[in-house]
Design a protein around this ligand. Structure first.
Ligand SMILES: Cc1ncc(COP(=O)(O)O)c(C=O)c1O
Length: 458
């Protein structure tokens, strides 16, 4: 059968898309817990014939790769442009250029508009002139530059902690730090909507892992009531703002539970630093908690800090130990001069220009109000930089993102299995530089196109 896109009727295209999504649905969604990934390798009882090894040593024979590639063929047949790896031909902030077209962007973490800020770029350029493009070694060896300590002091001062340590990547920070500090005789209790980097760190550690229902500190309390006594160290991991829903963790409640059960508390501030608090100092400032009530403050430089890297802020003894022993620090190159300088300048600007955080909050509030007025479902979002519009099925979310793109609005769809099918969504990232007109236009267009799609599919 010839199935070029020209030959397909709209009905056939829809049927194909449905088939694609149903096939995906029939495979049970993988819980993002990592709990199942510790099973030992299964030993094959039979001897594999020489010719059959192809299925294990040629990538295009791997069933998951075959199935994966098929999805893209389908997208092509459906005449829906691949929404991933779109090339942004300029600095991505409230606007971007894709395929030569100026568009409104809701797809970047440039929350405070500091990526592209001349002062941040100049600082990165100067760092390259002074120190080159790489530090060319682990910091423990010969990679240490003055910028590293300056940046760590700035982060520690932002949190009012004794010290901090910076790593080359945010994801890598979580994997290596959690993986290093926790051990098989320990327990990690984590929010079941935790970011992949946290889960990977938990898996690496070999500790027992128990997820608690999203944001449910009472369930966490019950889990610890039952299990605390059986373990040495217990780590609770939460996020300041959750990246799929834009909701804020009830930090004071988690601190109470942590104290009650003599546990350690880890807070990932990837989406909350620069965003929460009157002056952008994150969830600590938002709830006015004592910085010492959290044992590990973690954050990334890829969002509000307009750079690349990650950090842990906390007690001096912890930071010093991490600097000499964490595999992802000890056996990895130090953060590059340009990235360190950009993050350092951004940290200073967050402090000196709190109006950026204020503008971001106003924009988020405006987006949320307008979206709710238009009858759109924004889930649990709470005036943070992450606002989902929950569409309720992957097919519709994919089509909606596609049609918005045709109307020069770039926003990413989040589809099954990343979220359950009935929670498929478009995820809007707000920046302090979005204008009210851009927000209004986007909300109106989203509501209009979603209604159209729902009517066509009824
Ligand atoms: C909650 C959370 N933690 C960690 C990371 C990893 O950070 P990075 O992308 O800077 O490596 C992300 C990335 O988006 C995140 O959302």
């Amino acid at each position: 059968m010839n199935t070029t896109k020209e030959n397909l009727t709209v009905e056939q295209k829809r049927a194909l898309l449905k088939k694609l999504l149903l096939e995906k649905k029939s495979a049970k969604p993988k819980p993002d817990t990592g709990v199942t990934s510790v099973s030992p390798p299964v030993k094959s009882a039979t001897i594999i014939a020489e010719k059959d090894y192809r299925a294990f040593c040629e990538f295009d024979q791997f069933p998951e790769i075959e199935a994966f590639d098929q999805q893209f063929v389908m997208l092509d047949q459906l005449n829906i442009a691949n929404p991933y790896f779109r090339v942004n031909e300029t600095i991505t902030n409230n606007r971007t250029i894709i395929d030569g077209k100026d568009m409104i962007s809701f797809s970047s973490y440039n929350y405070l508009g500091l990526s592209g800020d001349k002062r941040v770029s100049d600082a990165a350029r100067k760092a390259i002139d002074d120190y080159g493009t790489s530090v060319s070694a682990s910091r423990v060896a010969t990679g240490e530059k003055p910028l590293h300590k300056e940046l760590e002091d700035e982060i520690a001062s932002l949190y009012n902690t004794e010290d901090s340590i910076v790593f080359v990547g945010g994801h890598a920070t979580n994997v290596t730090v959690i993986g290093h500090l926790m051990r098989p005789q320990d327990l990690i209790v984590f929010d079941d909507l935790s970011h992949n980097s946290i889960i990977e760190g938990c898996v690496l550690s070999g500790a027992r892992r128990i997820p608690f229902p999203h944001e449910d500190f009472e369930a966490l309390d019950r889990i610890l009531q039952e299990n605390r006594k059986d373990y040495e160290r217990v780590l609770i991991t939460i996020e300041g703002v959750y990246s799929m829903d834009g909701d804020i963790a009830n930090l004071p409640a988690f601190i109470e539970v942590k104290k009650k059960h003599n546990a350690l508390l880890f807070v990932d501030e990837a989406h909350s630093i620069g965003v929460l608090g009157k002056t952008g100092k994150g969830i600590r400032e938002h709830f006015d908690v004592d910085p010492n009530d959290v044992d590990l403050w973690m954050g990334t430089f890829s969002k509000s800090f307009a750079s690349c890297g990650g950090y842990i802020a906390g007690k001096k003894s912890l930071i010093n130990y991490l600097k000499y022993t964490t595999p992802g620090f000890l056996y990895s190159v130090g953060i590059s001069p340009a990235n360190a300088a950009a993050a350092l300048m951004a940290a200073k600007l967050i402090k000196s220009e709190p109006e950026r955080t204020q503008r971001l909050k106003e924009n988020a509030k405006y987006f949320l109000e307008q979206a709710n007025e238009a009858g759109l479902n924004t889930g649990k979002s709470m005036d943070t930089a992450v606002i989902p519009i929950i569409v309720g099925n992957s097919n519709h979310a994919l089509l909606l993102a596609h049609r918005l793109f045709e109307n020069k609005i770039n926003v990413q769809p989040i589809l099954y299995p990343a979220v359950p099918d009935n929670e498929s969504r478009l995820r809007f990232f707000i920046t302090c530089d979005h204008t009210q007109e851009e927000i209004q236009f986007t909300v109106d267009m989203t509501a209009k196109l979603l209604t159209q799609i729902q009517e066509e599919n009824n």
